[in-house]
Design a binder for this molecule. Structure first.
Ligand code: NAP
Ligand code: MG
Length: 491
């Protein structure tokens, strides 16, 4: 094979021109000072009258007070969901159910600007991402599952699929509205009712969705949204009136949930952590691959369960890929998430920033060679520079453990056998990426990598029609596509 020229001159970025600020306006959104619990179609105060603050991680300023639901509040939500299931939703003809889900999809589309701005304010992700990815995908998810509602007998012929009853759903902070859509849309399409808890740091788009659901005319109690921290989630998991738990979050909490429902007849799906291998072969289109690497790990500040956080580059092109990656990192704009030019926004919370910084220290102590882009970080807010660890090895903690931030470990490989072995040598199995010119290599890898989703010559692409989920400690069950209906049905 012809050897590629790996001597790449570093680009010179010192000429110093900058983009003018292009802030998205927040004039068109309306936020309450205080948010209540959404139970039985109404906003109600929490029994104990407790509230917590949700802040903007880019400014550290408080946005609103949010109700904290305790066991009694959760019990009210579960009984509203049960009543709605028994009296209305479980009996409604499927084509009627579908109309409501379509209406929710349409209303999200109509209010997409508002949702995008609030998602960015509450969670810290760049407005470009919430505008172009999170909100359109959330609407698409409702559209997609609306289409299935009256076709379940065709999806599962001769099996007479029936709903389970009340679903308890718990979601994380990295894709707040999108994760709510992943949970609520298939549950409604299959005739279940819902009690959903968003993450403590990002409750606002779920509460906006509650307003939208109320305005959509969806019968009272079909969707209930209760806010709070881990304790509220545990109250949902422990409530005897829940038929199914759908959880997306960390592997540690997933294990706790699995233990706590052992011995009950609650059904469970777990979408947990990941540590994806992103594999670049020497015959790959290198410039596109570098763009894919950047998208894979720096997209959403690396707050992505399927982030391509372990890079494997074939030795013959490693110098070239690493140099191009460093050059590209220098051009990434880190800062105000509301600015339309920003590539990397704020880390979701102070705690998460501390976790990431702790791992960067661990990486240095393990002997890793660190590279960070030279960008300046804003004085206020939680920000982290895009970071590489150049000479990582399999045994390093930063290679084995999920960091959930913009930190990429780099290893080189020579043969396909070596990279498959290294890629699979990890407790997780959520996703992977492969870049090569050869279709045969792609098929070889997709059959041998233990990962639920494998992207070829692209990365972080989502579609509601495509199932998503993991192996090993990344959980079980699938969301999206026809597969995503099954966890909400009995046969
Ligand atoms: P987390 O700490 O596990 O929290 C997830 C949700 O569970 C939050 O709503 C949380 O509440 C709640 N919770 C905490 N303790 C609980 C308990 N004992 N019982 C019931 N619920 C409880 O995870 P995270 O840090 O928010 O999210 C990051 C993790 O999610 C990463 O590991 C990531 O890989 C994973 N994730 C996976 C997928 C996937 O599809 N596989 C997608 C996205 C994210 P509070 O946050 O309010 O305390
Ligand atoms: Mg917040």
């Amino acid at each position: 094979m012809k050897k590629k020229n790996t001597s790449v001159k570093p680009l010179n970025f010192t000429s110093g021109w900058e983009y003018a600020p292009a802030p998205e306006s927040a004039d068109h959104i309306h936020l309450e000072k205080q948010y209540e619990l959404f139970i039985d179609g109404k906003f109600v105060k929490p029994g104990k009258g407790k509230y917590f603050d949700t802040i903007n991680p880019a400014t550290e300023k408080k946005i609103a007070s949010v109700a904290e639901a305790d066991e009694q509040d959760v019990a009210k939500a579960v009984s509203a969901a049960r009543k709605a299931y028994d009296k209305v939703w479980g009996r409604m003809p499927a084509p009627e159910r579908a109309k409501y889900i379509f209406r929710i999809a349409r209303m999200i589309q109509e209010r997409s600007r508002e949702f995008a701005v609030i998602e960015t304010m509450d969670g810290g992700k760049p407005i470009r991402e919430s505008r172009d990815i999170d909100i359109p995908l959330a609407a698409n998810h409702f559209f997609y599952y609306a289409g299935w509602a009256d076709k379940l007998n065709y999806a599962f012929p001769n099996q007479q699929p029936a709903p389970l009853g009340v679903a308890g759903q718990i979601i994380p902070w990295n894709f707040p509205l999108l994760m709510a859509a992943w949970k609520i849309a298939p549950a409604l399409a299959t005739g279940n009712t819902v009690v959903l808890k968003p993450a403590e740091t990002t409750p606002l788009t779920a509460l906006k969705l509650a307003e939208l659901i109320r305005d959509s005319g969806l019968p009272d109690g079909v969707v209930n949204i209760v806010t709070g921290a881990g304790r509220t989630g545990a109250a949902i998991v422990g409530h005897p009136g829940i038929d199914k738990i759908a959880f997306t979050g960390s592997t540690d909490v997933g294990k706790l949930i699995q233990k706590s429902i052992a011995g009950t007849d609650k059904k469970l799906t777990l979408e947990l952590g990941g540590k994806a291998a992103h594999i670049i072969f020497e015959d790959a289109p290198i410039n596109q691959a570098v763009e894919g690497i950047v998208n894979g790990i720096f997209f959403n500040q690396g707050h992505v369960c399927c982030a391509g956080s372990r890079l494997f580059v074939q030795e013959s092109v490693a110098d070239m890929v690493i140099q191009k990656l460093k050059d590209r990192m220098e051009t990434l704009i880190v800062g105000d998430p509301m600015d339309k030019n920003t590539d990397i926004g704020a880390i979701n919370s102070k705690e998460q920033l501390q976790t990431i910084l702790k791992y960067i220290e661990i990486g240095k102590n393990e002997g890793g060679e660190i590279y960070q882009s030279s960008c300046a970080l804003p004085g206020k807010g939680y920000f982290c520079k895009p970071t590489l660890f150049l000479n990582s090895s399999q045994s390093h903690r930063i290679v084995q453990e999920e960091i959930f931030g913009p930190v990429l470990t780099i290893q080189t490989f020579r043969t396909i056998e070596e990279v498959i072995e290294k890629a699979n040598n990890i407790p997780y199995g959520l996703s992977a990426g492969v870049w090569t010119d050869k279709g045969s290599k792609i098929f070889n890898l997709t059959s041998r990598l233990r990962a639920g989703v494998i992207w070829a010559n692209t990365y972080n692409k989502f579609d509601p029609a495509s199932p998503f989920g993991g192996y090993k400690e990344s959980g079980f069950g699938r969301e999206g596509g026809l597969h995503g209906l099954m966890p909400y049905l009995k046969f």
